[in-house]
Design a protein around this ligand. Sequence first.
Ligand SMILES: [Zn+2]
Length: 428
Amino acid sequence: MALPADIRRAVLAQERDVSGLFDELRAGSPDPSGPGVCRDTFGVGEQFGYRVIEGVASGMGLEQRYDHAGNLFMTRPGADRNAPRLMMGSHLDSVANGGNFDGAAGVIAGLVAMRSLQTLGIRPKVDVTTMAIRAEESVWFAVSYIGSRSAFGVLPDGALEARRVDTGRTLAEHMAECGADVDSVRRGVASLQAKDIRAWVEVHIEQAPQLIEAGKSVAIGTGVPGNFRYPEIRIEGEWAHVGLPRRFRHDVVLAGSDFALGLDEIWKSAEANGLPMAFTIGRFHTDAREHALTKVAGEMSLSLDVRAYDARHLERLEADVLALVKDIEARRGVTFHLGRRTSADVAPSNPQLYGALTWAAGAAGIDTMPLASPASHDTATFTVAGVPSCMLFVRNANGSHNPHEAMEISDFLDTATVLATWLVEAAT
Ligand SMILES: [Zn+2]
C-alpha cells in the first residue's frame, strides 16, 4: 500500500506536464470569432481535444478504444479484467467563447491519477478507465448529455435530428463526420452498463464562488440537481390605457413581478431551512411589437427553471409554484398558461463513494467541504443508470462558460491528489 505522502508526490511531480497540457489545449482551440476557447460539440474544436488527449494516453501506454458515439476510453488493465471497473473522466467539449477548464479538467485529472498509479508501480486489481465524453454542452444541439446518454444507449428519440445552432446541420451528420456509428446510436446500443462499473468519479471546476468564499481548494459533491422546467409560460391579462385606475387593471407586468418575487420568497425560506435549490427566470418580457410607454401590458412571456437535490423537495417546490400561480391569478385577474413542461431526475451522490472520497481527502491532508453541484453534469447519467457516482469540484474564479475561468493549477493538483488517493485505495 502506497503512503499518502508518496501519492501526493506522484501527483505534484506532474505539475509541469499538466500546465503544458492545459496550455496546449488552449492554444489549439481558440474561438474563431472572439475571445476564449471553442471546442465545439462534434466539430473541429472537440476533435482537436481528442487528438491531444490521445497523445497523452499513448505516451502512458494505455489501451484506447472509441465507442459507437465517439467517446474515448483510456484503460490501464487490472489483474481481473472481468471485474467491475473504476472509472473517472468528464467531457472535452466547450461552449463558444468558453473557458479552458470546464470539462477538460476532469479528463486530465483522471489521467493524472492513473499516471500516479504507474509511478508508484501499482498494478490495479480491476481495470481503471478514464473516459473522455463527447458533447456535454447543450448549447450546440439543445440536447443534454449526448455523449454519456449514447454510451448507456439512452439518447432520447429525435435527438439525432436536432440541428446545431450555428451550422444548421443535424447531430447525426456531425457525429458521422467525427467517426461515430450513427445507426448504433439510433438503435440504442450501449457501450457502458452499470453492472460493469464499480464507481464513477467526475472532477469538474466549480461554476460558482462557494469554494473561494470558504477558502478551500476542493469540494466533494453531494449530488447533481434534478429539475423541472416550463420553457414557455405565458401570462394573459388585458391591454389597457395608461390612465386606467388600478382596480380595473389586469396588468401582466405586475403579475409577472409578483411571480418572480414570490419565487424568491420560497427560495429564501428553503435557504433558511438549509435546502439547496435555485429558481431561474431566464426570459421575462412583453411583446416588443405591442408594448409601449402608454399601455398597460395584456400579455407577457417568461421561462422557468427550478432545480433541487431531493426528489421530495422538488415535488414540494412544484406544488408551491402552482399555488403561487393560483394566488396571483385570483389577485390580479390574469391567467397563467404554463405550456410545455420538461424534467430531469435528481442524482444524489453514492453515500459509500462520498465517504471514500472524504476518507481520501483526510488521508491526503486536504481540507474539503460538501457541495451540491449548482450545474448539470454527465455524472447524472451515470447515477440514473445505477452506477455509484460522485463528483469532486476544484476551486475556480469567475464562473465558467466564459473566457475568464481561473482555476489555479495548485488547486487542480489538490483535487487530483484526492482522486489519486481514492483510486489507489479502491484499486489495490
Ligand atoms: Zn462542464
